[in-house]
Design a protein around this ligand. Structure first.
Ligand code: ADP
Ligand code: MG
Length: 704
């Protein structure tokens, strides 16, 4: 081996005893068996040798794409074995331009974009396209900037690859059989171009070829055989101009920050990848889409339900307590429940008299029955109430006047009707006030029309009702019902809060109390003096009734006192169940969606292994590759998330239309849904992205 007899040996490439062993199964392939080579700045060296002699292996080591198994490789005086991945990437980005025999251009990417790519990884994206055009122009490719590699001839593709290798002004050009695939005329043109770059611009060139004509362009020819250098011949000394120009290229590489422009490019690449596989991307987004939509709907429905419950509490009156007959536990009934009403008017009077925390008491009996007006009839709930009922239930009238105490004591034949009854008996514009209707065949004058109340949380129409004075009901309407009639009608009855009761069933009175006023009642309504006194009032009522009904301590009570929060709990409970269900759907969908993204990205990484290799070979750092795939993951999940938000808002609106439920679409939930999808993308995208970034450049390039 001859040392180069250069007068100013500014050595840029120095290999000392470099060996490379490939292990294929149990067999060791010695591709390089101790190569010693030093190349000075500004030289143009050709490496020749038969196929399989180790030329490409050596080039990969020189280009920092691969590491030698043993030996030392110094590039511009720096031992590359000591360098970490970012430093190697920096060298590939700034110091070396690599040209492959097989071009290795990115498909579906224009010539100009291919050439501009190294600028992004070098953090020099400003005017990148202009520089790419200039580089293409210098190689005679004006007007071909927008062509895809598939739209270019082999020679043109190779020139694009050379332009890409040169765009970052490298100090060294490494070309592995750049003319191997080309006809001799094109090959000669390309060799002339490379020679000119060496002569005029001082580019150090190392070029692999197995054709002597091509080697003739070089100043020095190194020949390899079986992993060793067997001859090193200098045809002529390097031209002085080249050596001088080369000295100016000696600027050391500085580190490059991750620019915004890189992120923009990553977004462009990711959106192109997503657009290329539309169906696959859409299916991948589906999980995130469903998850976020369910999340948004869940929050909207949940908040809407809460608002509905609150509104209902307010409409019922906050100080309200309800006493129901029968032993009822929350969420279920105990034995004997519903068999007979155990509450009487005298119970109600006792509560009014004896409970200090109670402000007002009313009571109610009711039956299903028919009402008639002219030729129209309607089956509704006929309820006998005392006048204070409407105040306690906080229920104003829309027209006419309220029931008076006089009408109650005189058992007047008057009634107040709800909106549903009004609509079914009267025409839309007819004034019901003063009209006489038949209530269970008893003529009654309508004195008032109640305001609309709407449905309860249980879907009961509160406006489908006729109210008459309690005494009238007892003495003239409901009270005249025969036991058998009452028996049959009791089946149709149901309390607005779910308790089935029937006051007129001729049940034995287990307590032997003879009520002074004959009647049993279905419900006693009690208003506490103050919201803070609701619990006190509840205790007092329980004590009074237990004493009157002679309930022994420990014995089950035959009545039930509930306040509004007890009642609304059931409703809140059901909305909570729905919210929980949606939350489960949301989280499972997000999980499945995340796994889908991970799966597709793993496929994508495998599909694009070569692309990753190319990107690394032209200077991409691991961080670049990691970010590129993360951006793709986030873009996938982000698009799914945004579509999910739109669908979720629409679904919430639909729910509110169908269920007549006010849904609240909170901006917080929308922001949360978006954030959630992005986090899922990052979380599940990280593993595939990391896998991509961990690829060895040369392994990735060799991947088929
Ligand atoms: P050349 O470029 O001179 O044709 P290479 O450097 O490609 O030769 O290959 C040198 C030797 O190493 C050959 O015997 C080849 O089979 C072997 N070789 C190259 N790459 C690998 C690899 N990735 N795995 C195993 N053996 C390899
Ligand atoms: Mg080769």
């Amino acid at each position: 081996m001859n040392a180069p007899h250069s007068s100013t040996p500014d050595i840029v490439i120095e290999a000392r005893d470099v060996a490379k062993v490939y292990r294929v199964g149990d067999i060791e392939v010695h591709a390089l068996r101790g190569v010693n080579l030093s190349i000075a700045r500004g030289e143009f060296v050709a490496i020749m040798g038969a196929s399989g002699s180790g030329k490409s292996t050596l080039m990969n080591v020189l280009g920092c794409l691969d590491r030698p198994t043993s030996g030392v490789y110094l590039l511009e005086g720096v031992d590359m074995a000591q360098q970490g991945e970012p430093a190697l990437a920096l060298v590939r980005s700034r110091r070396i331009g690599f040209v492959f025999q097989s071009f290795n251009l990115l498909n579906r990417t224009s010539a100009a974009e291919n050439v501009a790519l190294p600028l992004f990884y070098a953090g020099r994206a400003a005017d990148s396209l202009a520089r790419a055009r200039a580089a293409l122009g210098a190689l005679g490719l004006q007007g071909r900037e927008r062509n895809l590699p598939s739209q270019l001839s082999g020679g043109q593709q190779q020139r694009v690859a050379i332009a890409r290798a040169l765009v970052n002004d490298p100090a060294i050009l490494l070309a592995d059989e750049p003319t191997g695939n080309l006809d001799s005329q094109t090959a000669n043109e390309i060799m002339s171009t490379i020679q000119a770059l060496n002569r005029d611009q001082g580019l150090t060139v190392v070029l692999v070829t197995h054709e002597p004509d091509m080697a003739a362009f070089a100043d020095r020819v190194v020949t390899m055989r079986d992993g060793r250098i067997v001859s090193d011949v200098r045809n002529r000394p390097p031209p002085l101009a080249a050596t001088q120009a080369a000295a100016q290229r000696a600027a050391p590489a500085d580190s490059t920050p991750l620019g915004l422009s890189f992120l923009r490019m990553a977004f462009a690449v990711a959106s192109r990848a997503i657009a290329r596989n539309k169906l696959r991307s859409a299916l991948t987004m589906l999980g995130i889409f469903v998850g976020v939509a369910a999340l948004i709907t869940m929050v909207a429905v949940g908040q809407g339900a809460n608002a509905a419950v609150t509104a209902q509490i307010e409409s019922l009156g906050t100080n309200l307590l309800i006493v129901l007959p029968g032993a009822v536990t929350m969420g279920g009934a105990r034995g004997g429940f519903g068999s007979a009403s155990t509450l009487t008017v005298t119970d109600a009077e006792a509560i009014r008299r004896e409970a200090p925390a109670v402000a007002n008491v009313s009571y109610l009996i009711r039956q299903q029955g028919q009402v008639q007006f002219a030729d129209k009839n309607w089956t509704t709930s006929i309820q006998g109430v005392t006048p204070s009922y409407f105040a306690i239930r906080n229920w104003p009238i829309a027209a006419g006047h309220m029931m008076t105490a006089e009408e109650e004591t005189s058992a007047a034949r008057v009634c107040l009707i709800g909106q549903t009854v009004y609509h079914n008996l009267f025409g839309a514009y007819e004034n019901p006030i003063g009209a006489t209707i038949l209530v269970k065949n008893v003529p009654m004058q309508v004195i008032g029309l109640l305001q609309a109340r709407g449905q309860t949380g249980f879907g009961q129409d509160q406006d489908d009702v006729v109210y008459i004075p309690f005494s009238t009901a007892q003495n003239k309407v409901l009270g005249v019902a025969s036991p058998s009639q009452a028996q049959s009608s009791s089946a149709a009855q149901s309390s607005i809060y779910g308790a089935q009761t029937s006051p007129y069933v001729t049940a034995p009175n287990p307590f032997g109390i003879q009520p002074k006023l004959a009647g049993y009642v279905n419900i006693i309504y009690v208003q506490a003096r103050d919201t803070a006194l609701v619990q006190t009032a509840k205790r007092e009522i329980t004590q009074i009734l237990a004493k009157r009904h002679r309930i022994e301590p420990g014995q089950a009570e035959d009545f039930n006192v509930r306040n509004i929060s007890d009642i609304t709990q059931a409703m809140e409970g059901s909305s909570r169940t729905m919210a929980l269900l949606l939350a489960a759907v949301a989280s499972i969908s997000l999980l499945v969606g995340g796994i889908g993204i991970m799966n597709i990205l793993l496929v994508s990484v495998t599909e694009r292994t070569r692309e990753i290799g190319i990107r690394m070979a032209i200077g991409a750092r691991r961080t670049h590759i990691l970010l590129q795939f993360l951006v793709e993951a986030v873009l996938l999940s982000g698009i799914g998330g945004v579509l999910g938000i739109v669908a979720g808002v629409a679904a919430a609106e639909a729910v509110s239309l169908v269920a007549d439920w006010p849904t609240r679409i909170s901006p917080l939930a929308i922001a949360g849904g978006f954030l959630f999808s992005a986090v899922v993308g990052i979380f599940f995208g990280f593993y595939p992205a990391r896998r991509a970034s961990r690829l060895n450049p040369i392994d990735a390039l060799r991947y088929e």
